[in-house]
Design a protein around this ligand. Structure first.
Ligand code: AMP
Length: 427
């Protein structure tokens, strides 16, 4: 068994790792840390939940610890870019846990918070700057920070950053960083543009892959119900009632669909909350906190809002509406069965979603077991009045029709609710 000590980390950092409760490195840590300590650029193919934050964070801290001089005012030594506020906060919290007893500063800049405070925080300089690209661009425009001293650049969840249209920001930010520098790119999937990003910003990168894109955590038990849209809400309530002690993450495609579904569940007596782009940062933080603590058992979310957030106890992921992009299914179901626990991923597939379902099976290279219903022909119109949905385990019983359906409409784009004059683009 490989230990953290085998990876070449110093005793001070090993102590911080033990204090954080990590006993042994995860596969991405085992493979990435020695390469990064040797100074290589890295292309990491790994989903959240694999321990990738520590995989890039520990070598950065190791290098900064040996500096012996503080950062100059308005500069950063390492820059970590991530697509969403939640992810930035999660990364910062994780890294702050390691540097608690060291003289290293971790500074966070995200949209939706006072830029004045962030400008002030940056005045004395920082060792590690964790940022969303939109807010960082604002701060660069205001000359609140210079990136010329950045010698390590991390692009985390790079595929998601491309999806959210941050490519222009990346193109502006990367050349402002210092040279020579070490650059790392982490992504859960490998779209074609990723190779272009790698070619543009990485030098002779080593590649580390811990789960093939499209390959779900082994411990996730997947299933699908073929069901009409109007029967989905009833089926969801049945499933939730059958697992009263579970923590359920329910995915909707649109902000409005998510909100409507959450309100319906609350009306019916379920303890539910929601996160999506129309919620303020404070509302989202409170929702995630309540869900993590278990005071709320159901979190209805959109892909953009939920991407990358780490909630260890999720027992069920319901794909109430299938995502347009099959990779998002992989991200969704990766929210359960974390840290060695079991988890269930349940998909609700209506006739109009059959193409998306087939794309998911193709990407994953598996057949998802059918829990109820029969796959309708692709693009078939929704049956009127005679929904196909079945109660789980109730092969014969049809469900009453005429129920309200939730969701539909435009999928949530990577844009937040407009708050004040913030130009932040994260969701
Ligand atoms: P990440 O993929 O970086 O978001 O990490 C997912 C979760 O795993 C976080 O809660 C980490 O604190 C935790 N974690 C990361 N590495 C380890 C490790 N070696 N041992 C135990 N927990 C870990």
């Amino acid at each position: 068994m490989t230990t953290f000590a085998d990876l070449g980390l110093s005793p001070t950092l090993l102590k911080a790792i033990t204090d954080a409760g990590y006993n042994e490195p995860t596969p991405i840590q085992e493979r990435a840390i020695p390469l990064l300590l040797d100074g290589h650029d890295l292309m990491g193919l790994a989903q959240t939940g694999t321990g990738k934050t520590a995989a890039f964070g520990l070598p950065i801290i190791e290098s900064l610890m040996s500096d012996g001089f503080p950062p100059a005012p308005k500069t950063a030594k390492a820059l970590i870019l991530a697509p969403t506020r939640e992810l930035v906060n999660q990364i910062s919290d994780n890294l702050r846990g390691f540097v608690k007893k060291m003289h290293l500063r971790v500074t966070t800049v995200v949209g939706g918070q006072s830029i004045g405070v962030q400008i002030k925080n940056l005045e004395k300089g920082t060792d590690i700057l964790v940022a969303t690209p939109g807010r960082l661009m604002d701060l660069l425009d205001r000359r609140a920070v210079s990136l010329e001293k950045v010698r390590v650049l991390v692009l985390d969840e790079a595929d998601q950053m491309l999806d959210l249209g941050f490519i222009h920001a990346l193109r502006k930010i990367a050349p402002l960083c210092g040279t020579p520098r070490q650059t790392m790119l982490f992504s859960a999937t490998m779209p074609k543009q990723m190779a272009e990003l790698s070619a543009a910003y990485l030098t002779n990168p080593r590649r580390v892959q811990v789960a093939t894109p499209g390959q779900a955590a082994d411990k996730v038990v997947q299933s699908v119900h073929f069901i009409s849209n109007r029967s989905k809400a009833d089926l969801l309530k049945t499933c939730l009632e059958e697992n009263p002690d579970g923590l359920a993450l329910v995915f909707a495609r649109t902000k409005h669909g998510a909100e409507k579904l959450m309100k319906h569940l609350v009306e019916k007596g379920f303890r539910a909350t929601s996160i999506h782009g129309n919620k303020s940062q404070g509302q989202r933080d409170r929702a995630i906190k309540a869900f993590k603590e278990g005071s709320v058992r159901i979190l209805v979310a959109t892909d953009v809002a939920a991407r990358g957030i780490d909630i260890p106890g999720v027992s069920h992921v319901y794909n109430y509406e299938l995502p347009d992009v099959p990779e998002n299914y992989v991200h969704r179901i990766g929210r359960t069965a974390r840290a060695g626990r079991d988890g269930q991923a349940v998909a609700f597939c209506a006739a109009a979603e059959v193409d998306q379902f087939k794309a998911i099976e193709k990407l994953m290279g598996i057949k998802i077991p059918v829990a109820s219903g029969i796959m309708p022909p692709a693009e078939a119109p929704e049956p009127r009045g005679r929904p196909q949905g079945r109660r789980p385990g109730n092969a014969g019983g049809g469900r009453p029709g005429g129920k309200p359906s939730f969701g539909a409409g435009r999928p949530e784009q990577g844009r937040p609710a407009k708050r004040g004059r913030s130009k932040q683009k994260t969701a």
